[in-house]
Design a protein. Structure first.
Lengths: 355, 118
């Protein structure tokens, strides 16, 4: 220690070194602190000989502050450690985003759907008021997020340890990389499946509906008779029109396998219409869709069956809504993506393929 | 910090740090061809234009010693215990190789710069 330093300065140095020591591994504490102490005293000695007097407390404060916070000084002697290192971090971040999008977003949409359209669910949750319902949902969302993202984090912490020992990520084969695919390219196999599926559906739909729409009787047996209500003509023509448009669009996609803004927009419109029809169906009461007669059932039992079907349809609505929203968001994203990439990347490729 | 949030001086400072990191190791090894203790080593590097703070130097010295490139010894001088470092035989060999590599990099860089200026 510098002989010229004042007692309070000496105490300050001791306190500083003690604080650094706290964060160091036991086996190295003595060695590192002895060397730091020597360096510190050499620096003080030099300063004091320059000034021709002992350092005062302010100058000592400045000198120690320049050296840095004790925990940071100690940290430089420790091996670099991280729960998830730079090798795995990009994969970890990608998985977190996927989990957030495919788990938490649907969770929120289902909650909104249930609160909006399921009277029993709404009644159960707003008993203590809307504010309490939102607070409860917010809390449940955070618990869900905490467990989902926490589980992902724990898995990656374990993977990090395994990777540090086995270096399994270094063992890879360039030939197993996925093919470089243009996101705006439409796989021909997908278009073929769409054409076939829409044609099969369209033929089946015409066959069924041509037999049903004149009398609207879909089932006529002694034990049960089901008569569709007139509203079904909207569903009949709606779904038939969609099947025809989708068949034609898939045919064009097959011939010109790149998304363009008009075709991506058409897909958005047809998906929106289909989602609207599904939601309309699931929101309708059974009485509005069909008349069911089961002669063996007494009126009370018939009412119970009707109520059960109505409840099942009402419960299906939030899921139909969520599926519709997700599909429409994907369609909207596709339009934006095509708009942004067409001029830069696909100008040459698409110029011959634009509808 | 993401690059998008860094100012131009911060980017330059980080690039300078990256550039200096490898050079400092060569400089420390070269300085320790003659035995020195930490503080005088730091002063000598600063006097030659390569200032290094103690928070970087001492952990680096310990790492180089763990790698067998330096040897150290506690000894009393001017009534204080000081830890003296010097290059080990393995360190001397490594320094020679690193200086060769340094020359190669320097030659390549000069060539690239000359080509760029044409």
């Amino acid at each position: 220690m510098s002989k010229s330093s004042s007692p309070s300065s000496t105490e300050l140095i001791d306190r500083y070194l003690h604080a650094v020591r706290f964060w160091l591994p036991k086996a190295q504490q003595q060695d590192i602190i002895a060397e730091l102490s020597e360096d510190l005293h050499s620096q003080i000695e030099e300063k004091e000989s320059e000034l021709g007097r002992p350092l005062n407390e302010t100058e000592m404060d400045v000198l120690l502050k320049q050296r840095g916070r004790p925990v940071l000084v100690a940290n430089r002697y420790l091996p670099q450690r991280s729960l998830i290192g730079p090798v795995l971090f990009p994969i970890y971040w990608f998985v977190l985003k996927v989990v957030a999008f495919f788990y938490l977003v649907p969770w929120v949409l289902v909650w909104i759907g249930m609160m909006s359209f399921s009277s029993s669910y709404r009644a159960q949750h707003i008993a203590a008021g809307w504010f309490a319902a939102i607070a409860s949902a917010w809390s449940a969302l955070w618990s869900t997020a905490f467990f989902a993202l926490g589980a992902v984090t724990i898995v990656f912490v374990v993977l990090e340890q395994v990777q540090a020992k086995s270096h399994f990520l270094e063992n890879w084969n360039p030939r197993k990389l996925p093919p470089a695919r243009n996101p705006n390219q439409i796989p021909r196999s997908g278009s073929v499946i769409e054409v076939v599926a829409n044609l099969v559906f369209g033929i089946w739909w015409i066959d069924i509906m041509s037999r049903v729409m004149s009398t609207r009787v879909i089932l006529d047996r002694p034990e049960i008779r089901i008569v569709l209500s007139p509203v079904w003509r909207y569903f009949f023509w709606g779904f038939l029109l969609l099947a025809l448009i989708n068949t034609a669009a898939a045919g064009v996609n097959l011939a010109r396998p790149y998304w363009t803004v008009p075709r991506a927009s058409l897909r958005l419109v047809t998906d929106a219409t289909a989602s609207g029809l599904f939601c309309w169906m699931s929101l309708s009461k059974l009485d509005a869709l069909a008349e069911i007669t089961i002669p063996k059932l007494i009126p009370g039992q018939m009412q119970a069956v009707t109520n059960a079907i109505n409840l099942a349809m009402a419960r299906a609505f939030p899921f139909a809504l969520v599926a519709g929203v997700v599909i429409l968001l994907a369609d909207a994203y596709r339009i934006l993506r095509v708009k942004n990439t067409v001029p830069a990347q696909l100008k040459g490729e698409i110029s011959a393929a634009v509808v | 910090m993401a690059n998008g949030t860094q100012s131009a001086p911060e980017i330059l400072e980080n690039l300078k740090l990256e550039l200096r990191r490898g050079c400092l190791i060569v400089a420390v090894l070269a300085q320790l061809r003659a035995e020195q203790y930490g503080y005088t080593l730091r002063k000598a590097l600063a006097d030659d234009g390569l200032a290094i703070d103690e928070g970087t130097l001492y952990p680096l010295l310990r790492r180089l010693e763990t790698q067998g490139l330096l040897v150290s010894q506690w000894r009393e001088e001017d009534k204080r215990n000081k830890r003296f470092y010097r290059l080990s035989p393995a360190g001397e060999q490594t320094l020679t190789q690193l200086l060769g590599e340094w020359q190669n990099i320097n030659t390549s860089l000069n060539k690239i710069l000359q080509e760029a200026s044409l």
